[in-house]
Design a protein. Structure first.
Length: 285
């Protein structure tokens, strides 16, 4: 009898690992190597008239539309490694913040960021698909930035996000727009990094949220255009210096468009073709 139970247990573990392998396009080792090449980011400060704050300004407007201020409210960021969003949510919305990441270095960076920017909060190390009991169903908001596109099954990773939400919880996720110019440029600059992403557009994300059991869904593209690419890091590529210089100069050119929007009444369209990212909000069914 014990052999049968042992065999069944091994089968369940095997199926779990097999299922995980079907959806995951990166690994903790990938992110440990990635964070080693990245500096600690500056704190997010919203300045509507500063061009370097323009992306965060658009995010901020979206968040203010969907997040209620209040110390009783709890928020968790999944894939929080090296992220400065937790201090932003604490200081701008007075939320009780937590983060989870499966990269050891990513968690270490996140704890350092909380301390550096005077933010009380907790960072948990673990796999988002298997939340600790103390995190299940405990949060009013679950957020992630650049996480869900690293999994082949968008619906399943969104269902995993829902495990952290209480009965009236809300989800906010952001993904890079790999279906448009941003994706094409990343593919040209470093195909290995591009291949760790699943291209997701507005229709795909709306449908995935619906299938994952969410309602009152809102998805929008962010910014009219932006040029950026991960050129080195966990995956090395050739002509690194040239590619970085080209990217820097193209980025400066696109900021001219941002400046026009900041200092005039003109607004350019946000589109699948040129917008660099999507933001989505939804409520637990």
């Amino acid at each position: 009898m014990s052999k049968i139970l042992q065999s069944k247990e091994e089968e369940m573990v095997g199926n779990s690992e097999s299922q995980k392998n079907l959806v995951e396009k990166t690994s903790p080792e990938y992110w440990d190597a990635f964070w080693e090449t990245n500096q600690i980011p500056n704190e997010i400060v919203i300045n509507k008239k500063h061009i370097n704050s323009y992306l965060h300004t658009e995010f901020d407007a979206f968040f203010k539309k969907h997040i209620d201020k209040g110390k009783e409210k709890k928020l968790i960021e999944l894939g929080c490694g090296n992220s400065v969003w937790l201090p932003y949510f604490y200081k701008n919305f007075n939320l009780d913040v937590s983060g989870l990441d499966y990269s050891d270095l990513g968690c270490e960076r996140s704890r350092f960021i909380l301390k550096k920017y005077n933010t009380p909060g907790r960072i948990f190390e673990g796999d988002l698909f298997y939340p600790p009991e103390e995190l299940k169903g405990k949060f009013d908001y679950v957020v992630s930035f650049g996480v869900i596109e690293h999994f082949r099954d968008t619906v399943e990773v969104l269902k995993a996000h829902a495990k952290y939400l209480n009965i009236s919880g809300k989800i906010i996720v952001s993904v890079p727009n790999m279906c448009g110019f941003t994706g094409w440029y990343q593919k040209v600059m470093n195909r290995a990094v591009y291949d760790t992403h699943v291209p997701i557009d507005k229709n795909h994300l709306e449908e995935a949220l619906l299938k994952a059991g969410f309602k009152n869904i809102e998805v929008q593209y962010i910014l009219p255009i932006a040029v950026s690419a991960q050129i080195d890091g966990a995956h090395k590529t050739s002509f690194v210096s040239f590619k970085k210089l080209l990217t820097l100069n193209l980025s400066r050119l696109t900021k001219i468009i941002w400046a026009i929007e900041i200092y005039t009444s003109l607004k350019f369209p946000r589109s699948r073709t040129f917008s660099p990212a999507l933001l989505a909000y939804a409520e637990k069914e």
